[in-house]
Design a binder for this molecule. Structure first.
Ligand SMILES: Cc1ncc(C[n+]2csc(CCOP(=O)(O)OP(=O)(O)O)c2C)c(N)n1
Ligand SMILES: [Mg+2]
Length: 331
């Protein structure tokens, strides 16, 4: 699809992730989140530009920094906020929390606290689609970080996906750090995309701060997957604006000069400049969209705060899968 037809959705999604993460952090600092939270603001262009090409029949696997992936895949922000607050109205009835948000009805296999675990989940979904002859309509996308890119599971998965030509995209969000460890120190190669060569698949370096660049690169990778030609590794160079998790102190391991140089390339500001310059959307319309999303997120916070905690009698529910009920209708 031409990007012009998706521009408003893209702008909404970028803003939805940005406002969500800011509000989520505020709630975490106030003590309203259950557990640790990992904000993804700064990285919005990556899930937005990729998920713009996906439908609910496609599957994504996500990470501990998964809110942006969930939002771009169509999960409702109010249910997500409630989930992070441990409330019964959340996507997983308040028992998952920030790092385990999942919604199979939207093709979201789950955020994941185990670094690298999104990868085999997405490959498994791609294998299922291929077995069922559905790869045209159902591909897998694994989101993971620069830290995860050195996990053995990525290399096993890329090899298997290559030899079986599975419809999967390996989307490596290189945000320059794994916790406090810089990629220049911990990754053996300058460009993670180059690792694709070992598995005989395309590896593409993408400006992950530019949603137009992400959209274009993802379009090729999605096309390749849907046509049965196999996987692609995308390395999306990006930056998280906040610390690794809510209580991290990034000033201990990175400079404000470095932070500012990435913020100058902010995906939302640059989107605005470009669409206004090219007369694709006017300022008035952008402001109206922004306002609408801001209100949606305020409502989501309100919804989360006013929702009940899970009742005690549900403590032992959803612990094991009930195959006869829970997986009925599983695609
Ligand atoms: C298997 C495993 N090892 C270590 C950890 C601890 N841990 C949590 S996040 C993280 C860093 C991950 O870095 P990266 O993959 O670059 O993702 P980012 O946090 O930058 O989004 C680590 C080491 C973990 N959760 N799982
Ligand atoms: Mg990282």
């Amino acid at each position: 699809m031409k990007i012009e037809n998706k521009l408003e959705w893209i702008y909404e999604t970028l803003n939805r992730i940005r406002f969500f993460e800011e509000a989520m952090l505020e709630q975490t600092y106030k003590g309203n989140s259950m557990g640790v939270t990992h904000p993804s603001d700064g990285q919005e262009a990556v899930p937005t530009g990729i998920c713009a090409h996906l439908t609910e029949k496609d599957w994504i696997g996500s990470t501990h920094r998964g809110h942006g992936h969930c939002i771009a895949k169509g999960l409702e922000t109010k249910k997500m906020m409630a989930e992070i607050m441990g409330k019964f109205t959340g996507n997983c009835k308040g028992k998952g929390g920030s790092m385990h948000i999942a919604d199979f009805s939207k093709g979201m296999l789950g955020a994941n606290a185990i670094v690298g675990a999104s990868i085999p989940l997405a490959v498994g979904a791609a294998l299922t689609a291929k077995y069922q002859g559905k790869e045209k309509d159902s591909i897998g996308v694994a989101f993971f970080g620069d830290g995860a890119s050195s996990q053995g599971v990525l290399h096993e998965s890329m090899n298997l996906a290559s030899i079986w030509k599975l419809p999967v995209i390996f989307a490596c969000e290189n945000n320059q750090y794994a916790e406090a460890t810089p990629a220049w120190y911990a990754v053996s190669i300058d460009d993670i995309a180059d690792r694709a060569a070992s598995y005989n698949i395309p590896g593409v370096i993408v400006d992950g701060m530019d949603v137009f660049a992400v959209y274009d690169a993802a379009e090729q990778a999605v096309k390749r997957a849907r046509e049965g030609k196999g996987p692609t590794l995308l390395e999306l160079k990006t930056y998280r604006y906040h610390g690794h998790f809510h209580a991290d102190q990034p000033e201990k391991y990175r400079t404000s000069e470095e932070e500012n140089s990435w913020k100058k390339r902010d995906c939302i500001i640059n989107f605005e400049k470009r669409v206004i310059k090219q007369k694709l959307i006017d300022k008035k319309r952008l402001d109206a969209i922004k306002k609408k999303i801001q209100k949606e997120i305020e409502d989501a916070v309100e919804f989360g705060l006013s929702s009940p905690l899970p009742p005690e009698e549900t403590l032992y529910e959803d612990v094991y899968v009930n195959y006869s009920n829970d997986l009925r209708g599983f695609r």
